[in-house]
Each structure stands twice: as C-alpha cells, then as structure tokens.
Design a protein around this ligand. Sequence first.
Ligand code: DX5
Ligand code: ZN
Length: 239
Amino acid sequence: MVAAGQPLDSLATRRAHLAALSQAAPVVLPSLLLCDFGNLEREIRRLEDAGVRALHLDVMDGQFVPNMTYGMPIVEACRRLTKLPLDVHIMIANPARYVRQFMAAGADNLTFHIEATAEPRPVIEQIHSLGGTAGIALNPATPLSAIDGCLDLVDVVLVMSVPAGFGGQKFHEVAIEKLQQLRRVVRPEVILEGDGGINEQTIARCHAAGCQFFVVGSAIFGRPDYATAVQGLVVHARS
Ligand code: DX5
Ligand code: ZN
C-alpha cells in the first residue's frame, strides 16, 4: 500500500523500468504533439496496438518556446488512459515551478531544458524526491558543456535534433556528434534520447552514435498505419 502523498511509483522502481526498457533499445517513443487530440483515447489505443513502449508528451508554454501545446490536464488524461510510461518533455520557462504538478499529473520521467534554468541540480533533485526519473534536454545550439554540471545526477539526456517548439522540422546533424561525445562520458545507466526530425533516413546514424530512445512525431503521425511506421523505424535504426 502506498502511503498517502507518496508517489505511486518510487524512483527505484522507475529506474528499474527505464533500465529494462533500455534493454529493448532501439525504443521508439511517439511524440504526442501531432496526434489527433480530438480522439486522444483512440490515438493512444492505436499506439498501444502498434507496440510502443512509452509515450513522449510535449508540453510547451509559449514563453520558453514560441508555441503552446498543453499542460497538466492532458498529462492527467494520458495517465488515466494508459499504463504506458509517460516521458514528459517540458519546454517551459522556470521548470522548477511545475515539477510537483507534472509529477502529480502522472509523469514517470520528467525532462526539462538546461536553457530554462540556471540551477538544474535542485530541479533534478526535486523530481527524484517525488519518485520520478529526471532528464535534461539541450537544443542544437546549446553546447554539451552546458550540462556538464548535472551529468552525474540525470537519468536521461534528451539531445534535441531540432530547436524545441515544433514537429516536422529538419534534422540537425550536430545531434550526432553530441550523442557520440555523451556516450563516451555518461554513466552506462544514463539513457541517451534523441528528439526531432527522426525518421527512416536519420534514425540509423543516431542509433550508431549511441542513442537508445527515439522520439518521433511526423514520421509516425504522418502515416496511415502506426504499427508499420514504428516497425519500419526500428528496422532502419538497426540497418
Ligand atoms: C519538438 C518536440 C519533438 C517533436 C518531434 O519541440 O520536442 O518531440 O514533436 O516531432 P518530429 O519527429 O516531427 O520532429
Ligand atoms: Zn519532445
């Protein structure tokens, strides 16, 4: 029985889930940005039937990025609709202010941007204290040195291969070098995740560079059949 107010899942449990998922790499995570939000339940069932192992939720505030998507209510709705792990990517200013709300809404992994805070460590520690695994994201223009100060603490590094804010953008090659460098320096249990412009033409080079989780939007939601799209991406990742 989980004590009142305690997270439903502990950090140790979520880390174990993450480690188990990384054993299944390459793992494709659909990005809930370009999906049909008017039929969220149907979309999630189609993704579950396509065999996806987690969902990537793109939260945008219109301040940190020049776009707005959704917040806690959609995370809560996804939490009610599926047992799949929720990988919540918050592209918001002042992420520390909303950690508690996104964890309470049902995030399993919570990834925030290094560009959005001068003090990433307390944010990571707070996510951990609430039972979540913590990810740090960096845009293509941000050098790896920006996250040097928190690599010992994070569970996930989200390497953006497009500037955060929109789906359907062109892949930025700088992500490949970052993935290669990160693989050489991060602890073996740290997950490398790529996000943006990942498709059948770009996924293999990301995988070869050490990426394990692949966030994909238009290369899934732009296709008639999600299972075919996901399976095609996994095959190309290994090619
Ligand atoms: C962009 C988001 C990405 C994006 C991926 O800010 O973080 O997850 O939706 O979409 P595609 O795969 O179309 O680049
Ligand atoms: Zn994302």
